[in-house]
Design a protein around this ligand. Structure first.
Ligand code: MN3
Length: 216
């Protein structure tokens, strides 16, 4: 998984495609600002916080997220670490239009059929969850420890890891993810986002999960 072996100082993970690689569904300017400014903002803020906490500099991004305490400082650290983790995962969940399968395959397709009653039904439920999410946050396809799939909304920069769930696919529904191109039309962003979803990456994530090697 992206970022999971990282320790302080964290670096900005390069995009797995060119800045205009998601055109026409996500434009170059949106992707540039999202990655080079927003994602970088979390990375730099996290490093600034950790520079003042030498005892935390050996922790992985996942450990920083899951072990954060409830103090204001702990919550600030969890926010910045979560922001970096969520963005690395989000950009990995997309690929050039046509570069991946149009829908899931293998054991992931079978489990989506079983747990959601089919891919189209899943797509509708996931899109509805993303349209209805209030404020800023994320919508995830997640797996539980036994491989059962569900859809999860998380606020701000919260990850499924803190719920003991394993992420398979995510969409960013903070306005900065789409507003330059789609303004208030989150529904259009989502409709087009499906053209970019990387189902091969999602299948790899699910296989790690059902093989029992995820969340270790
Ligand atoms: Mn974002």
């Amino acid at each position: 998984m992206s970022g999971c072996k990282n320790h302080f100082p964290f670096r900005l993970q390069p995009l797995p495609y060119p800045l205009d690689g998601l055109e026409p569904y996500l434009d170059r300017l949106t992707v540039t600002i999202h990655h080079d400014r927003h994602q970088r903002g979390y990375q730099e803020a996290l490093n600034r916080l950790l520079a003042k906490s030498p005892e935390k500099q050996c922790l992985s991004l996942e450990q920083l997220i899951c072990q954060a305490d409830q103090t204001p400082e702990g919550q600030e650290l969890a926010f910045q670490a979560g922001g970096l983790w969520c963005h690395e995962f989000y950009f990995d969940c997309m690929t050039r239009a046509g570069a991946s399968l149009a829908q899931p395959s293998g054991c992931l397709a079978q489990r989506i059929e079983r747990d959601f009653g089919g891919f189209q039904r899943f797509q509708k439920d996931f899109t509805d969850a993303a349209i209805k999410l209030k404020g800023s946050g994320w919508v995830w396809l997640v797996s539980g420890p036994t491989g059962a799939l569900s859809i999860l909304q998380t606020p701000l920069q919260q990850t499924p890891l803190v719920h003991g769930l394993y992420p398979i696919l995510v969409v960013d529904v903070w306005e900065h993810a789409y507003y330059l191109k789609y303004q208030n039309r989150r529904d259009l962003y989502l409709q087009n986002w499906w053209q970019l979803a990387d189902w091969e990456f999602a299948l790899q994530n699910y296989q790690l999960c059902v093989n029992g090697t995820a969340l270790q």
